[in-house]
Write a protein that binds this ligand. Structure first.
Ligand SMILES: *Cc1c(COP(=O)(O)O)cnc(C)c1O
Length: 423
C-alpha cells in the first residue's frame, strides 16, 4: 500500500473533511523552499507550511544544532530545573522585544501561548482583588483552537459546535481613522470591568489576511493604556520578520503588556510557544500567598531541543543576508502587487511586509466559486507550487531563503493561471 492509502486508514487530518478529502500528498523530504513527494515531484512551499518555516526546510544549521543538543540533553522537567538553551533563548529574545518585556513563559504552541496570556491577565486582576472579567478582541480574530483561544476568536463555522461553551468576549472593529473616536468612547464605557484586550497586530491571518494600519492600532493601544486595560499582542504569525521588521511591535508606537509567539519561533522546526510579559504583570504574582502563583505548565515546557532550534533560527534570522532577503521579498511583492491590482479577476490586493494577499473575483454562484478555489489550489499543485487559499483569499507567505528568480517563477505562474485557467 502506498503512503496515501495507509494514511487514509489511520490518520485524521486538521481542518479536513475526511469524507471528501482525496489528494493527501505524501512528502518524503524537504530542502530549502522545496518539498518532495513520494514520486519525486517537487513543490515550492509558498505558504511556509502554515506560516511556520522561516529559513527553508531541513536547514542544515538548525539540524546540526538540534542534533548536538539531542545528544546532550533532550528534555528536563522545567519546574525546579533549568538549562542553558532556555536561559540563552529568553535572554536573546528579550533583547529583541520592546524593552518593557522582561519575563518569558514557555509552552507548546500558539494556542497555549494565548491561553497563558489570558490566564496572566485574568489572574492579574484576581490577585489585585479587582473584579474585571470582560475581555476585548477584534471581530474575525483568530487566536487558536483550544477553548480559551477559541473564545477570544471570532465566532465562525470553526467555533460553532462549541458556541455555548465559549466564554463571553466583547468584539470590536479593527481601528480606522474614521471609527477611532467611536471605539474610544465605547472602550472608556466598559474599561472598569475589562481585564484585557487581545489582538493580532497589523494582520488578521486566519480571517483571510485582513490588514489594518499601524498608526490606527497604536492609537487604539494608547486608549487601552490610558484605561488600564492590559494588552496581549498575539505575534504568533507576525513575529520573526513576517511584517518586514522583526516584530509587528517594531511598527507600533505603543508597547503591549504581554506578547505571544510560536510558528516562526523555532524557524518552523519544532513546536513551541512563548508568552512574554512586563515586570508589572510578573510582580503581581510575587507573594507569600500561594494562591497568587500562576498555576500553569505543560509536560514539555521549555523543551531543550525546541529552545535550541529557536536559538539557531534566530541566529539565522539576524544574519545580514537574511534581513536583506526579507527586504527583497517586500520590494518584489510590492512591484507584483501593482500587476495584480490591474488584473480583472483580482481585487483587494494587500501587503504587509513579506505577506501578500489578494481576492479572486468570480461572477458565478458561490458553489461554482468554491469549485474555482479548489481548482486553483489543484492547478498550482500541478505546477509545483503550494498556494493554499483561505476562502476566496489567495496569499503568499514564502520562506525567507527564496530567491528573486523563484519569486518571479511564482508570480509568473499566478498570472498565467489567472489569465487562462478560469473565466
Ligand atoms: C496560528 C495562530 C495561532 C495558533 O497557533 P497554533 O500553534 O496553531 O496553536 C494563534 N494566533 C495566531 C495569530 C495565529 O496565526
Amino acid at each position: 500500500m502506498n503512503l496515501s492509502k495507509r494514511d487514509k486508514a489511520v490518520n485524521w487530518h486538521p481542518y479536513t473533511q475526511m469524507k471528501t478529502a482525496n489528494d493527501i500528498i505524501p512528502i518524503v523530504r524537504g530542502k530549502g523552499i522545496y518539498l518532495f513527494d513520494d514520486e519525486g515531484k517537487q513543490y515550492i512551499d509558498a505558504v511556509s507550511s502554515w506560516w511556520v518555516t522561516l529559513h527553508g526546510h531541513a536547514h542544515p544549521y538548525i539540524a546540526k544544532r538540534v542534533s548536538d543538543q539531542l545528544h546532550t540533553l533532550e528534555q528536563v522537567i522545567f519546574a525546579g530545573f533549568t538549562h542553558e538553551p532556555a536561559v540563552q533563548l529568553s535572554e536573546n529574545l528579550l533583547s529583541l522585544l520592546p524593552e518593557n518585556q522582561k519575563k518569558i513563559f514557555y509552552s507548546d504552541n500558539g494556542s497555549t501561548a494565548v491561553e497563558v496570556a489570558l490566564k496572566m491577565c485574568i489572574q492579574y486582576a484576581y490577585n489585585q482583588k479587582h473584579k474585571k472579567t470582560k475581555i476585548l478582541a477584534f471581530k474575525n480574530a483568530y487566536h487558536g483552537d483550544t477553548f480559551g483561544a477559541m473564545s477570544v476568536s471570532g465566532r465562525s463555522v470553526w467555533t460553532q459546535p462549541f458556541g455555548e461553551m465559549l466564554f463571553e468576549v466583547v468584539f470590536i472593529d479593527v481601528p480606522t481613522a474614521e471609527n477611532l473616536d467611536r471605539l474610544t468612547t465605547f472602550i472608556e464605557s466598559i474599561s472598569h470591568e475589562t481585564a484585557c484586550f487581545i489582538y493580532e497586530p497589523l494582520i488578521q491571518g486566519a480571517a483571510g489576511m485582513l490588514m489594518h494600519k499601524a498608526e490606527d492600532l497604536s492609537e487604539l493601544m494608547k486608549v487601552c493604556r490610558k484605561q488600564k486595560i492590559l494588552m496581549i499582542q498575539d505575534e504568533v504569525f507576525t513575529g520573526f520578520g513576517r511584517t518586514g521588521k522583526l516584530f509587528a511591535a517594531d511598527h507600533l508606537s505603543e508597547k503591549p503588556d504581554i506578547m505571544c509567539f510560536s510558528k516562526g519561533l523555532t524557524g518552523g522546526t519544532m513546536p513551541m510557544g512563548i508568552t512574554s510579559c512586563s515586570l508589572e504583570i510578573f510582580d503581581e504574582f510575587l507573594s507569600d500567598d500561594r494562591y497568587k502563583t500562576l498555576f500553569h505548565g505543560h509536560s514539555f515546557t521549555a523543551n531543550p531541543l525546541a529552545c535550541t532550534a529557536a536559538l539557531a533560527s534566530m541566529e539565522l534570522l539576524l544574519q545580514p543576508e537574511t534581513l536583506e532577503n526579507i527586504d527583497l521579498i517586500v520590494k518584489k511583492h510590492s512591484v507584483f502587487s501593482e500587476i495584480l491590482r490591474r488584473h480583472s479577476k483580482v481585487e483587494n490586493v494587500r501587503q504587509t511586509g513579506t505577506i501578500l494577499a489578494w481576492e479572486i473575483i468570480s461572477s458565478g454562484k458561490t458553489s461554482y466559486f468554491n469549485d474555482i478555489v479548489k481548482m486553483l489550489y489543484k492547478e498550482f499543485l500541478n505546477r509545483g507550487i503550494i498556494l493554499r487559499p483561505l476562502g476566496n483569499v489567495m496569499y503568499l507567505v514564502p520562506p525567507y531563503c527564496i530567491t528573486s528568480e523563484e519569486l518571479d517563477f511564482i508570480y509568473h505562474q499566478i498570472i498565467e493561471v489567472l489569465d487562462h485557467f478560469y473565466h
